[in-house]
Design a protein around this ligand. Structure first.
Ligand SMILES: [Zn+2]
Length: 214
């Protein structure tokens, strides 16, 4: 099978076939050293692009090193990935003509705060390389964060109003800046909601590709 790497309209470089490929063909293996997820997080903490492929329960990843790492994502792909005994294969899910770019659905997860916009150009493009499941999870997380932020803001406004009231009423000028009765309770409550705001999904913002399960 003739696979080549050249520039792609989807993203940077892509992987193309120079010969026709029949549906069901095991096209190429996603090769590279297998490392722990924690090691991958450390290794790529500040790198915007990674070629990590999560395998098994996700505690291990393949650190892509080989031609398969150049295969781009598409929401309307001609290939899919299959994990067989800890190895990941790119399989053709339809007949592919010579000259076509190979692509599969990355179904990204564990991306921290980063977006993963999709440029695949498919009619049914979902706009992101994250899996549909991950997009739902992120949407819920964003809603929860917005709610928490709104609650904190409301509390601060209330606190400021109390402060103003105390100053204006002119009672004991030295303690005027401290909100009286409530001062013992509020800071601890705020701390709770702030710490949950910072909670992130496991990992340090590295995107990993997930094998599509059948
Ligand atoms: Zn797309």
């Amino acid at each position: 099978m003739g696979l080549i790497v050249r520039s792609s309209a989807i993203h940077a470089a892509g992987c193309y076939t120079t010969t026709p490929i029949a549906k069901g063909t095991r096209v190429v293996e996603y090769t590279g050293p297998v490392i722990d997820k924690e090691e991958a997080d450390r290794r790529y903490e500040d790198k915007p692009i990674t070629y990590l492929f999560g395998i098994g329960d996700g505690s291990k990843v393949i650190d892509g090193h080989g031609i398969a790492m150049f295969i781009n994502h598409s929401c309307d792909a001609n290939c899919e990935t299959e994990e067989i005994d800890g190895r990941v294969w790119i399989m053709a899910i339809r007949d592919i003509a010579a000259g076509e770019e190979l692509c599969y659905d990355y179904c990204l997860y564990d991306g921290g705060d980063e977006d993963a916009p999709c440029n695949c150009g498919a009619k049914k493009c979902r706009g992101s390389m994250y899996s549909a499941e991950e997009l739902r999870r992120r949407k819920q997380l964003a809603l929860r964060r917005a709610k928490e932020q709104a609650a904190v803001k409301k509390k601060k406004v209330k606190l400021a109003a109390n402060k103003k009231k105390r100053v204006q009423s002119g009672s004991s000028s030295r303690n005027a800046a401290q909100p009286a009765k409530t001062s013992g309770r509020k800071p601890s409550k705020e701390k709770t909601s702030q710490s949950s705001q910072r909670r992130k999904p496991a990992g340090t913002g590295k995107t990993a590709k997930k094998a599509r399960r059948k």
